[in-house]
Structures are given as structure tokens and as C-alpha cells.
Design a protein around this ligand. Structure first.
Ligand SMILES: [Ca+2]
Length: 344
């Protein structure tokens, strides 16, 4: 009985994935260069946990549907395979030209169960992380070319790059310093980080110093997608994706299926939750306040403050409906086959 129910569930998931592909293709055709698409720069660690991979896959699905425009993918981890893994995923989703940026200065260096495997087994544009542009330079280049108050920064990793960005000085891209450039170009920072009302969350604590400087020095609004709203499992059917899909391979190598989806929740909010989008009903925003970080251990508390620059998401929807929407996006298969040979 259980196995036939599982089979029915798998068939239903497969059918909904096909319908999603058809819907996305139609939307993509109609949307073209949608001026209303949310412009996003993703900042990811893509090493210790596999949810970054699911998050990037979702962004590509949402870009193909015209709901977002991915301006660039920045890596805030020192693991040299992380950016290659991101490059392979971008290449699979037919966006091999997406600007990439790599943290060059000191930062968090952690193992990955999947990044090297994906980097070595799938085609892409980068041979080595040394060949990638430096993240702050890439941030400044992208931001300088965007309309004022238009860019959403979506961080799903450590805050090292963002601290370095606001510390940056004028350069060939802009006469503004980093803080001024962010103030002029960034509409909002959506940060997967922190635990509410209090806790000790990885993205904040691994580079506590950078987190404190980035969050306290940020010249605009930050909305936090906290640890406590990402605990539902997704990816149960990820191995049903084609073997050509690097997202499938990353989950296989990580070998915890299904898995929590902290980073995917932040993606869903940033693209479909803003501007009263179709996913806005899953969360409500807290009142204004401040994320206060303890420099001793990177733990955080939430402090209510009507003049505060921060808010955090409070889940209203069910785990099931949020997970279903995330799963459908993670199971997206792009049109066309991936390249069989490396293109670097
Ligand atoms: Ca992450």
C-alpha cells in the first residue's frame, strides 16, 4: 500500500514538473525581457550544505519564467570548488555568461561533499577559481550599471563579501564608495541568516566579525529569512531528474535526501514574495527592529525598535504548501540539452 502511494506521489510530482516546464516556457515566451523582473545578485557559500544548489536551481527556473533577472552569482566561501560548482549549474541552465565573483581575501574555508564532484563531472566556463573575477570588483561593476534603487541582494551564505563591498572605495566602475553605491543602487537586502527571536545560525556566526560590520554598516533595509522558517524538507524526488543535471548530482553526493531548505525559502521570498507576489501569503513581516549579534560567539537576538532598519519573515503558510512550490521549482528542467564537452 505504501509503495503504491509512493508511486502515485512520484507520478503526480513528475506530472506537475512537466506542467511547470510548459508553464515556464509559455511565460518565458510571453515575458521576454520583463522590466518588472526582480533583479537579483545571489551571494552563496555553496560548500557545507547543499541547499545553495537547490536555491540556484530555483533562481534559474524563475529567470526562465521571466520573474527574476539574475545579475550575478557571488561566492563568499574560500573552498576553491564552490564557484566552479556554481559555474557548472549556470552552464547547465544555459546561463554560462552570468557574471561570477569570488571572495579573494580572508574568509570561511569549509569542506564540501559535492562541489568538487560537480565541478569535475560537468562542463562549464571556468577551469579554476583563480580565473574568476574578484567579488567586490564584480559587485561594483554590476551595481554601477543598474538603475537606482533596483537591485535585490540575496545572501544565502556568509557576509564577508557584503562587508568588503561596503568597505570598498571608488574605482573604475564608480566614483562612489561602497556604502554610497549600495545606498544608490540596492533596493533591498534579503538575508538568509539569524534565528528568531534568538539563536546561533551558521551564516552569521562563521564570520561573526564580517556579519556585524555588514549588518550594522548596511545603508538600507534588510529582511532576514531566519533558520526557523527553513526546516521543511524538499528534494525528495531530486534523483528523478536527468543524470545530466548537476543539481541532481550535488544532492546525490551530499546524500541527505530529502533535506532542509533554508536557502530556497529565501529565494522564494525574494522573487515571489516581494511586491505582494504570489508567494507573499506564506509569510508576514515582523515589526521593525534590529538583529543584534554577540561578537563573542556569533549568536543573535532580535530587538524590537520602531526606527530599526531590519525585519524578519514570520511563516504563515503551511510547511507543505511552501515545500511543494519550492520542489516544483527545483525539479525544473531547462530546454535543450547541456553541453557534453567543457567549454572553457
Ligand atoms: Ca548557504
Amino acid at each position: 500500500m505504501k509503495s503504491s502511494l509512493t508511486m502515485i506521489k512520484r507520478i503526480m510530482n513528475y506530472l506537475s514538473a512537466i506542467m511547470l516546464v510548459a508553464a515556464l516556457s509559455a511565460c518565458s515566451f510571453m515575458a521576454g525581457e520583463d522590466p518588472g523582473a526582480i533583479r537579483i545578485i545571489l551571494d552563496t557559500d555553496m560548500e557545507s550544505d547543499v541547499d545553495d544548489v537547490g536555491a540556484l536551481a530555483m533562481l534559474h527556473a524563475l529567470a526562465d519564467s521571466g520573474e527574476t533577472e539574475i545579475l550575478g552569482v557571488m561566492v563568499c566561501a574560500k573552498n576553491p570548488w564552490s564557484i566552479l560548482c556554481a559555474d557548472r549549474i549556470n552552464t547547465y541552465f544555459n546561463r554560462e555568461d552570468l557574471p561570477l565573483g569570488q571572495l579573494r581575501g580572508p574568509g570561511v574555508d569549509r569542506e564540501s561533499a559535492y562541489a568538487r564532484g560537480v565541478a569535475e563531472e560537468f562542463p562549464g566556463t571556468l577551469r579554476s577559481s583563480d580565473d574568476a573575477p574578484e567579488a567586490v570588483d564584480q559587485y561594483r561593476s554590476i551595481l554601477a550599471g543598474q538603475p537606482d534603487n533596483s537591485v535585490v541582494i540575496l545572501s544565502i551564505g556568509y557576509l564577508t563579501n557584503l562587508r568588503d563591498l561596503i568597505d570598498s572605495g571608488p574605482d573604475r566602475h564608480s566614483d562612489l564608495d561602497g556604502r554610497q553605491l549600495v545606498e544608490q543602487k540596492v533596493r533591498l537586502w534579503v538575508c538568509m541568516g539569524g534565528q528568531f527571536p534568538s539563536g546561533r545560525e551558521a551564516n552569521i556566526r562563521w564570520d561573526t566579525g564580517a556579519s556585524i560590520e555588514a549588518i550594522n554598516g548596511w545603508p538600507g533595509e534588510i529582511i532576514f529569512s531566519g533558520w526557523e522558517i527553513g526546516l521543511m524538507d524538499t528534494g525528495a524526488d531530486i534523483l528523478d531528474l536527468p543524470e545530466s543535471n548537476p543539481v541532481r548530482r550535488a544532492y546525490q553526493l551530499f546524500s541527505r535526501i530529502p533535506h532542509k531548505n533554508w536557502d530556497q525559502v529565501a529565494v522564494l521570498y525574494a522573487v515571489r514574495g516581494l511586491d505582494d507576489g504570489p508567494a507573499a501569503r506564506y509569510w508576514e513581516l515582523s515589526g521593525r527592529g534590529r538583529l543584534v549579534i554577540d561578537p563573542a560567539d556569533g549568536s543573535n537576538t532580535w530587538q524590537e525598535d520602531p526606527a530599526g532598519p531590519h525585519r524578519h519573515l514570520i511563516q504563515k503558510g503551511s510547511d507543505e504548501e511552501i515545500a511543494r512550490e519550492i520542489d516544483a521549482l527545483m525539479m525544473y528542467v531547462p530546454q535543450g540539452d547541456h553541453r557534453q564537452e567543457p567549454v572553457y
